[in-house]
Design a protein around this ligand. Structure first.
Ligand code: NDP
Length: 433
């Protein structure tokens, strides 16, 4: 804490992981002797840079750019870029740290990183977004590469932004290096199912957890937060598997649609129109918009928080428990506070932490890298099958590690332990670096 003052999100992520791997450390003194923990909590490299750009009125704007290359013991750095006004070094470090274990869990040979900017894309014109992305990439380009560091999207960075970033990378380097970014368009090196992967993956994970109790998502009501990439495709997969998602949200409030979310309308408003969530209720008679209040007070058996970190506190968890929740899968990164996780676990609710439940996105990014390297294109069906198999493997690895380290059914311990052991073993084998 004294070494990294004022980094609360990073401390939160560290204490969650370090506490839950105590039983692993107790069985493996060699990790302590090799200084694995001290090395793991220190990013290998942190790049902070200036991003100057010109807005539509001709005024000069300056934002701050970040890339935290956390750990490359298992493969090239890999992790998304976030454009949001709240972005700071603490958030980048928490996300890069989490990403390291998540990527290890996928079993795909990718290291952990995160990056982004405090740039706010809301209400910016398309031309402003393009100029910002070009300026951001002008500096980032020297730090990334298909075998070095492969960024992708996150909050505020979707297909449009990846397109502008890739265009500028190609222009600066004079290389059509497909593997340098993932989340590309299908026509120019992108992979099938990457857009859907994080949301779909979270639902596959839910289904796996429920199957241990001989149950499934079918016929259950689901409470989903967010209305971005992860939320939309979680809703889509829930509907395909016979569940009924009834909520969505953004930073202005949430909607409840007792008839079940009209996915085409939601996509139209959010993906095509970039509108506020209240527009959904204005167009759908069965829905109501709630501007102040908590989406978690809406009763349902399944919950997928898919907006942002610390969006679900202990009161929210208690409300979900009162509302009959059986299983929670984190679509976002660290959306539940530590107190909320405790409420779920004490109530016997199945709880999947983000690093396991939302790993489908990065796993499919690794499939995109594999296709780029081999100059291949896999079909949607094939890619979705692979995604589902990866989520089943992550579930199995987390479940087995929880048992092995004395916390059966605790997916927080299981996911942290399974990811940690893979990274720690690679670091041990590679010596003091
Ligand atoms: P998007 O930008 O597509 O959507 C984010 C959604 O969350 C929007 O509805 C946004 O509302 C809402 N949101 C963001 N910040 C806040 C906030 N401070 N308060 C309330 N609502 C907020 O992002 P993604 O769907 O890609 O990401 C969502 C989460 O999932 C993040 O935690 C991300 O790190 C995580 N994740 C994403 C992956 C991916 O593949 N995209 C992979 C793994 C994890 P508004 O528009 O009003 O800001």
């Amino acid at each position: 804490v004294s070494r990294n003052p004022e980094e609360p999100e990073f401390h939160q992520a560290l204490s969650e992981v370090l506490e839950s791997i105590e039983p692993v450390i107790a069985q493996h003194p060699e990790y302590v002797e090799a200084g694995i923990l001290e090395r793991l909590v220190e990013p290998e490299r942190q790049v902070l840079f200036r991003v100057p750009w010109v807005d539509d009125s001709g005024a000069i704007r300056v934002n701050r750019g970040f890339r935290v290359q956390f750990n490359s013991a298992l493969g090239p750095y890999k992790g998304g870029l976030r454009f949001h006004p709240t972005v700071n070094l603490s958030i980048m470090k928490f996300l890069g740290f989490e990403q390291t274990f998540k990527n290890a869990l996928t079993g795909q040979g990718i290291g952990g990183a995160k990056g982004g900017s405090d740039f706010d894309p809301h209400r910016r014109s398309d031309a402003e977004i393009m100029r910002f992305c070009q300026s951001f990439m002008t500096e980032l380009a020297r730090h990334i590469g298909a075998d070095t560091d492969v960024p992708a999207g996150d909050i505020g960075v979707g297909g449009r932004e990846i397109g502008y970033l890739f265009g500028q990378y190609r222009r600066i380097t004079n290389r059509h290096e497909s593997g340098v970014l993932t989340g590309k368009g299908i026509g120019w090196g992108g992979a099938q199912v990457r857009t859907e992967a994080t949301g779909y993956g979270a639902v596959f994970f839910l289904e796996e957890m429920l199957s241990v109790r001989r149950d499934s998502v079918e016929g259950k009501t689901a409470i989903v937060s967010g209305s971005g990439n992860v939320a939309i495709y979680a809703i889509e997969k829930l509907q395909q598997l016979g569940a009924k998602p009834i909520t969505a949200s953004d930073s202005s409030g949430f909607i409840v649609d007792e008839a079940g979310i009209d996915l085409e309308l939601l996509k139209d408003l959010k993906e095509a129109g970039r509108e506020r969530i209240s527009a959904y209720a204005a167009r759908r008679p069965s829905a109501r918009f709630v501007g102040s209040g908590r989406v978690w007070e809406v009763p349902g058996q399944l919950a997928i928080p898919a907006a942002t970190q610390n969006e679900l506190g202990s009161d929210d968890a208690a409300a979900l428990v009162r509302g009959g929740v059986l299983a929670v899968a984190e679509g976002a990164n660290m959306p539940s506070t530590p107190d909320a996780v405790e409420v779920f676990q004490q109530a016997g609710v199945l709880f999947a932490p983000g690093k396991a439940a939302n790993a489908g996105g990065v796993a499919t990014s690794a499939l995109e890298m594999a296709q780029n390297a081999a100059r291949e294109r896999w079909s949607f069906e094939d890619s979705e099958r692979r995604l589902q198999a990866i989520m089943c493997d992550i579930h199995a690895a987390s479940f087995a590690a929880a048992e092995r380290y004395g916390h059966p059914g605790d997916y927080v311990v299981g996911a942290n332990a399974a990811g940690f052991v893979r990274v720690a073993d690679a670091m041990l084998a590679q010596g003091l670096v």
